[in-house]
Design a protein around this ligand. Structure first.
Ligand SMILES: [Fe+2]
Length: 290
C-alpha cells in the first residue's frame, strides 16, 4: 500500500523528506488524532524512521497522551535532563549560551544504547527555538546497512558489540552535569553500569529491515575480534554512518513535534546556538535489539 495515498485517506498530507529517512506530516493535530489517523502516522514512522509534525499546540497532558500511543513512557528520572513537576514523563531540554548542552561537542548516538533495553523512540516538542542553529540530524541505520559492501555485511554478520553509557556521558563530554552532589552521584551510577552487548546487525521488529547497530556515542568495542582490528572496523563504520545520503537534517520551528524510531536511527543535536532553545521530550520504553 502506498503510504502517501493512505495518509490522504486518513486526512493528512505525507511528504518524504529524503529517500532514505524522514517524512513531513501536515494537516493533523497530534492532540486529537483518531485511531485511523494514528495508525497511518505510526505506519509513516515505521517506513520513514522520523516524522515531523508542524504547527502543533499541545498541553503537557496532550503531549504525554500522544507519546503514550507509541508505547509506555520511560520516567524522566532515568535521564540527565531537567524535570517538570506534575509530569514525570517529560524531560526538559533548556539550553542557551550560558548553559550549553555539552562541554566540547555532541557525538552521534542512539539514545540509551548503553542499556540492555534501549528506548523504542522519542517524541520531541519544540517550545522555543533559536533564530538560527540548533538543528538535529538523524541517520537511517537501514540505509547505512544497505550501503555496506557484501564482504563487510558478511564480516559483521553474527558479531556483537559492547555499548557503554559512560562513553557518552564522560567528564570530557558532559562534565557540567556532574558539578553538584546529585550530578556526581548520577555519574558514579553511570560508571558502575555494566556494558550492554548488542548484535552489530539487528533486524527491526516491525519492518524486518536489517540495520547497522553501532554508534560513536556508546559503542566501545567489537567482541570476538582482536582489539585493534575491532577499533579499525568500528572507526570505519562510524565514518560510513556519517554519509550525507543516509541523513535528514531538521530546522526546528516552534510547535514542531518530531517522533523518531530509536531502533533504526541515530542522531546528532547541533550545539551551534546562543539563543535559548527549549524542548520537551518523552522517551518510549523499548526491548532488547535482535
Ligand atoms: Fe539523543
Amino acid at each position: 500500500m502506498n503510504h502517501a495515498s493512505s495518509a490522504v485517506r486518513a486526512g493528512f498530507k505525507l511528504t518524504p523528506t529524503t529517500p532514505a529517512i524522514g517524512a513531513l506530516i501536515e494537516g493533523v493535530d497530534a492532540g486529537t488524532l483518531s485511531d485511523t489517523q494514528f495508525a497511518q502516522v505510526h505506519a509513516a514512522l515505521m517506513t520513514h524512521h522520523v516524522i515531523f509534525l508542524r504547527g502543533q499546540r499541545l498541553s503537557q497532558a496532550q503531549l504525554v497522551a500522544f507519546a503514550r500511543r507509541f508505547g509506555e513512557p520511560q520516567p524522566a528520572s532515568e535521564s540527565s535532563f531537567g524535570k517538570l513537576e506534575g509530569f514525570p514523563e517529560i524531560d526538559v531540554l533548556d539550553y542557551d549560551a550560558t548553559r550549553p548542552p555539552y562541554v566540547t561537542k555532541e557525538m552521534w548516538h542512539t539514545d540509551f544504547s548503553g542499556r540492555a533495553e534501549p528506548t523504542m523512540g522519542s517524541v520531541l516538542y519544540a517550545l522555543q527555538v533559536p533564530s538560527s542553529g540548533g538543528d538535529t540530524i538523524w541517520v537511517s541505520l537501514a540505509a547505512a546497512y544497505e550501503a555496506l559492501s557484501a564482504r563487510m555485511k558478511q564480516y559483521l554478520a553474527g558479531l556483537r558489540a559492547q555499548h557503554e553509557t559512560v562513553k557518552a556521558f564522560g567528564d570530557d563530554i558532559r562534565s557540567h552535569l556532574w558539578k553538584d552532589q546529585a550530578g556526581r552521584q548520577r555519574f558514579e551510577r553511570i560508571k558502575a553500569q555494566p556494558p550492554a552487548e548488542h548484535p552489530v546487525i539487528c533486524t527491526h521488529p516491525v519492518s524486518g529491515k536489517k540495520l547497522l547497530y553501532v554508534n560513536e556515542g556508546y559503542t566501545t568495542r567489537l567482541l570476538g575480534v582482536e582489539r585493534k582490528e575491532g577499533e579499525a572496523v568500528l572507526n570505519y563504520l562510524f565514518e560510513h554512518l556519517r554519509t550525507p545520503e543516509f541523513q535528514v537534517r531538521h530546522r526546528w520551528r516552534e510547535g514542531d513535534v518530531v517522533v523518531w524510531d530509536n531502533r533504526i536511527t541515530q542522531h546528532y543535536a547541533l550545539a551551534d546556538y546562543g539563543e535559548r532553545r527549549v524542548m520537551h521530550r518523552i522517551t518510549i520504553r523499548g526491548v532488547r535489539p535482535q
